[in-house]
Design a protein around this ligand. Structure first.
Ligand code: FAD
Ligand code: NAG
Ligand code: NAG
Ligand code: NAG
Ligand code: NAG
Length: 519
């Protein structure tokens, strides 16, 4: 998401009372620690990877990769402990001990999950954190890269650019998103119209299941390799690393941002955009952000070519050369994150995010352009509710040419765009939170006539527990089917078969995981 929306905010949370969950913790935690030590290898002792609430670093480690202040309140349930694995054997021990002591395991990569499924839960849990696993091995001989589970997108982009100005990887725009949550939920970004989702460009992976054995693509088989590329990794195992096929980008790309208000004809532009953004050349990704009507765009090419295309296909935008800026692809990564142009590229290696706020996100897909009178109604509703932001992300291009069942995410040919709804706020307080959550839900209800229906589809990476969940992570099949159909449609059945085969006891579970087949 374009974080120029995000306001600088910092907060100090002081716990003044003992939260109810703290009492249960002590005994569970003791058993768990004993189990970890029992399973620790002398060659890679686990003690240095463990953070318990008694460690002064515990809160800091928990908070660094927690992105949503909605889940960082004194009332938010905290993990019994955090294992920040430094070695495969630490992952294995954590899995075994969660199974043995019957404690829920959360797996965290970049911690950007919109519903915090990587760092909080309604039942006792432990976090297996992957921030120590962040090797990146870029190989230009065959244009591939192996990346470990805890790598963040900014680091990945930086390491690729360090070796080549004409190679990149299609993935999201926010540099602090983690690769493992992102890839296992699809991965959508500025190169998607040209090269598809991240998962369309992943060629191998390593995963550890309940048996503690590490399996690559060949060993895990094509079914499981298919499932983890969009079906949510956390339903199937711990992904330890991914092998990416790099893609080509020109040395110079062009970016542009154009703002238009209602007085400046925004209505016509938005209407026209729906019919144009999908059929523009796939070198061009033109995203629209609706609030003050702002369009961000990335073009894989030079300004003159871009202006020519736009003046032919989208003259209403009135695009001129002055609206466009040419730069290296890696610089466009900064641009999309609203980082000032002069900033050193090393900023991409910063892992801490300073722009935290309270956030609620939702998603929709659109297959039929919304008419002008309908758009007017939508704008009115947005103005009535106030702080709603909508991002309209164009499909088309390569997305039209990949089959619905190539990976678990079925939205391909025939989809015009994906909507991301964002409501964020920066002030604490229950009433404020409730009002914002209510606005988000009210607007989502309002949008129903204009988006896909039966099922009303959603994008896994924009996780939304409102569309259905099992709060205790013990899915009844019927409940799980209802929300999973929204993410996966016809691919759901195959995901269930694979889940049942690889994790029959449903060890790898969360509020929206893939269920096993009912006995
Ligand atoms: C500011 C911001 C910008 C975003 N921009 C984009 C964008 O441009 N495009 C896009 O597609 N999405 C975007 N997203 C959504 C993002 O892709 C998802 O939230 C993604 O799941 C985050 O991955 P993560 O590793 O950071 O999250 P985490 O919270 O760490 O993980 C998300 C899920 O994956 C599981 N998981 C994590 N690591 C592993 C592992 N090693 N093995 C198995 N399961 C694992 C977690 O348990 C959890 O269920 C954005 C989100 C935010 C907050
Ligand atoms: C997981 O725990 C269950 C129940 O305690 C046990 O039967 C099973 O053997 C364990 N699995 C592994 C792989 O250790
Ligand atoms: C667009 O509007 C935003 C917010 O009003 C402003 O910060 C930004 O500089 C504008 N961008 C351009 C290119 O006009
Ligand atoms: C992709 O495009 C090629 C060539 O245009 C075509 O033959 C093929 O059927 C398309 N595949 C899909 C899945 O649309
Ligand atoms: C899930 O757990 C809750 C609380 O322990 C329980 O009330 C509920 O019946 C369980 N649901 C299923 C489907 O097992």
């Amino acid at each position: 998401m374009a974080s120029n929306n995000l306001i600088l905010f910092s907060t100090l949370v002081v716990v003044l009372f003992q939260a109810p969950w703290a009492q249960v913790s002590a005994s569970n935690s003791h058993d768990f620690l004993q189990c970890l030590h029992k399973n620790s290898l002398p060659s890679n002792p686990i003690f240095q990877a463990i953070y318990t609430p008694q460690n002064t670093a515990y809160t800091n480690v928990l908070d660094i990769y927690a992105r949503n202040l909605r889940f960082m309140t004194p009332q938010t349930r905290k993990p019994l402990l955090i294992v920040a694995a430094m070695h495969e054997s630490h992952v294995r021990a954590t899995i075994m001990c969660c199974n043995e002591t019957n404690v829920l395991m959360r797996i965290r990569s970049g911690g950007h999950d919109y519903e915090a499924l990587s760092y909080t839960a309604n039942i006792p849990f432990v976090i297996l954190d992957t921030f120590n696993l962040r090797g990146i091995d870029v190989n230009l001989e065959d244009d591939t890269a192996w990346v470990e589970a805890g790598v963040l997108l900014g680091e990945l982009y930086y390491r690729i650019a360090e070796k080549s100005k004409t190679r990149a990887f299609p993935a999201g725009v926010c540099p602090t998103v983690g690769v493992s949550g992102h890839f296992s939920g699809g991965g959508f970004g500025t190169l998607t119209r040209k090269y598809g989702l991240s998962v369309d460009n992943i060629v191998d992976a390593k995963i550890m299941g309940l048996d503690g054995i590490v399996k690559d693509r060949k060993a895990m088989g094509e079914d499981l390799f298919w499932a983890i590329r969009g079906g949510g990794g956390a339903s199937f195992g711990v992904i330890l690393s991914w092998k990416l096929k790099l893609v080509a980008v020109p040395e110079t790309v062009t970016v542009l941002t154009v703002n238009r208000t209602m007085e400046q004809g925004a209505l016509d532009l938005v209407y026209k955009w729906q019919n144009v953004a999908t059929i523009l050349p796939d070198d061009l990704f033109l995203r629209m952000e609706l609030r003050a009507i702002e369009g961000f765009s990335l073009f894989l090419g030079k300004t003159d070519a871009l202006v020519e295309i736009m003046n032919k296909q989208f003259p209403e935008l009135g695009l001129g050369e002055n609206d466009c800026t040419e730069m290296k692809w890696i610089k466009s990564v900064l641009y999309w994150d609203s980082i000032p142009g002069g900033t050193e590229l090393q900023v991409l290696l910063e892992r801490e995010w300073h722009k935290k706020n309270y956030l609620k996100s939702k998603s929709d897909f659109v297959t039929k352009a919304v008419s002008k009178p309908e758009l007017e109604k939508i704008f009115q509703k947005m103005m009535q509710l106030g702080d709603i932001i909508m991002q309209w992300n164009p499909y088309g291009g390569r997305m039209n040419n990949i089959s619905e069942s190539a990976v678990p995410l079925p939205q391909r040919a025939g989809y015009l765009f994906k909507i991301q709804y964002i409501v964020y706020w920066t002030h604490d307080g229950k009433a404020n939170a409730e009002q914002n959550m209510q606005n988000s839900r009210e607007f989502y209800e309002f949008m129903a006539p204009y988006v896909t229906s039966s099922p009303r589809e959603a994008f896994l990476n924009y996780r939304d527990l409102d569309i259905g969940q099992n709060p205790m992570c013990n899915a009844s099949y019927a409940t799980a089917k209802a929300y999973n159909l929204k993410y996966f449609k016809g691919n759901f059945e195959r995901l269930v078969k694979i889940k049942t085969a690889v994790d029959p006891t449903n060890f790898f579970r969360n509020e929206q995981s893939i269920p096993t087949l009912p006995m």
